[in-house]
Design a protein around this ligand. Structure first.
Ligand code: HPA
Ligand code: ZN
Length: 340
């Protein structure tokens, strides 16, 4: 199974670029930028990670990204993610970034997006990995700040495929950002929002995503299984979920294999992703692997999850068909190469 997963051509749709900052790279950047850190070795940084819910993760996440200051820093960060992703068989990625977490520290929007964009171009040329960029708003900041950043992004809108919503969900419902997302839609952006696992108002937030925002996708969203009608609605509207097994494990002590299997059986387009791999210590293949082990998943189920990702990616039907064909060819050649 491990070999099968490693070779699969994959799409990753839920990956925060700031969540790919490895401890070694964090130390290198701190050194380059003359920033003093609390911990001085990669091991000490990893030991300091002690997450059991969303706020405890977010505190480490925002603290780590303080070392990102220049265009070159964002370029290097993004290049390293693409190198790792390509080595794991990712052929297409839709990558989140959190501009407010940088502008609030005095780093210009242009610095952030230029570095990321330059790395996307180089990754296409040098690694053959295609990608899209999704701008996330921080839901624990105001709707006014989100709107301001939406306007700030417009000169670069040809570099951005969609907008998302992340950070601390408690008391920050989708409806708080309804105007911002309506405006984003007018500018042609695709829409997604996090509905993290086991939040205070998970079901209400998923309902708002559908009825008030009209999202194209939901990030996480596994609690939808608790409401049959909501689940049917999701299927009916063809809205996919970008699920992150290892990230979920920090909150619910399970890789949510039962939930993922149920979602597949109900026809929900559920996908597997890594979320913040440097913090959760697992990139996409490890997410597939632990899921397959916990749920004793078949190759067919793994293929279904991979197909779903290409299906719900924000790509044209023609491009999706090319990726799906590549996947089909891989599965056929893998089966025929296995000696029984
Ligand atoms: N949820 C909410 N905010 C985040 C996440 C997440 O999974 N990752 C980075 N910021
Ligand atoms: Zn996330």
């Amino acid at each position: 199974m491990r070999q099968f997963i490693e070779g699969l051509p994959k799409a990753e749709l839920h990956i925060h670029i700031e969540g790919t900052l490895e401890p070694e790279h964090c130390l290198e950047l701190a050194n380059r930028n003359g920033i003093a850190l609390q911990h001085n070795t990669p091991e000490a940084i990893v030991r300091s990670y002690d997450f059991n819910d969303l706020p405890s993760f977010l505190s480490a996440y925002y603290s780590g990204m303080q070392v990102l200051l220049t265009e070159q820093d964002f370029y290097d960060l993004t290049c390293r993610y693409f190198q790792k992703a390509a080595s794991e068989g990712v052929v297409y990625a839709e990558v989140f970034f959190d501009p407010q977490a940088h502008t609030s520290r005095g780093v210009d929007f242009e610095t952030v997006i230029s570095g990321i964009h330059r790395a996307q171009k180089d990754a296409r040329q040098e690694l053959g990995i295609e990608s899209g960029l999704i701008m996330c708003f921080l839901r624990d900041m105001s709707a006014e700040s989100a709107m301001e950043h939406l306007h700030m992004s417009l000169p670069y809108k040809h570099w951005i495929i969609g907008v998302g919503l992340d950070s601390d969900e408690r008391d920050n419902p989708p409806s708080k950002f309804a105007e911002v997302f309506i405006e984003a839609r007018k500018h042609g952006f695709r829409l997604t929002m996090h509905c993290d696992v086991n939040q205070q108002d998970s079901l209400l937030h998923i309902r708002e995503c559908l009825d008030q925002i009209g999202v194209d996708r939901i990030d996480h969203g596994v609690n939808v299984l608790e409401d049959e009608e909501l689940c049917l609605d999701l299927v009916h509207r063809g809205i996919g979920l970008t699920v992150c097994p290892v990230s979920n494990h920090y909150v619910v002590q399970s890789f949510t294999s039962d939930e993922i299997r149920s979602l597949i059986s109900k026809g929900v387009k559920v996908t597997v992703n890594s979320d913040d791999p440097a913090y959760f210590r697992a990139y996409i293949n490890e997410n597939f692997q632990v899921l397959a082990e916990e749920g004793d998943f078949s190759q067919q189920e793994i293929v279904q999850l991979t197909k779903n990702a290409f299906d719900i990616a924000w790509l044209s039907d023609d491009v999706k068909a090319v990726y799906l064909k590549k996947l089909e060819n891989y599965v056929a050649s893998f089966s025929s190469s296995v000696v029984i």
